[in-house]
Write a protein that binds this ligand. Structure first.
Ligand code: CO
Length: 134
């Protein structure tokens, strides 16, 4: 069921500093920042040969990642995103396996314009997991 690693998301307080680290120290191709108010983040996409890194900075008053950044002031890995062929089939299988799907269980359109769901970190080795229908 699980497909490619679509991205690893890293939440940071200072997006420009994090982008500069990936661009200058690591020599990666880094996009311009994009504000995604509906997701409560500003994002920079780092393109790697085999996957992407997304650097996320809280945007707005009710950003879902604000508490995480407060707890991790130097930044930290926030979630991993795996691709699936069929998000409804994946959701139903995971629920049948006893895994918790966050929110109301209905896929939402994610930062890439594709349907996504988030899965409870306690059910996935302590890691917040996003699944995206690729
Ligand atoms: Co993501």
């Amino acid at each position: 069921m699980i497909g490619r690693l679509n991205h690893v998301a890293i939440a940071v307080k200072d997006l420009e500093a994090a982008a500069a680290t990936y661009r200058d120290a690591l020599g990666a191709k880094v996009s311009a920042p994009q504000a995604l108010p509906e997701h409560g983040v500003t994002v920079v996409f780092v393109e790697l040969p085999n996957t992407k890194i997304e650097l996320l900075q809280p945007l707005g008053e009710n950003s879902a990642i604000q508490a995480f950044v407060d707890k991790n002031p130097s930044g930290g890995m926030h979630h991993v995103c795996y691709e699936v062929d069929d998000i409804y089939a994946a959701r139903d299988k995971l629920k049948a396996e006893g895994k918790r799907v966050l929110g109301d269980g209905e896929p939402k359109i994610g930062a890439h314009g594709k349907p996504v769901l988030f899965l409870h970190p306690k059910d996935f080795a302590g890691t917040l997991v996003e699944i995206e229908q690729a």
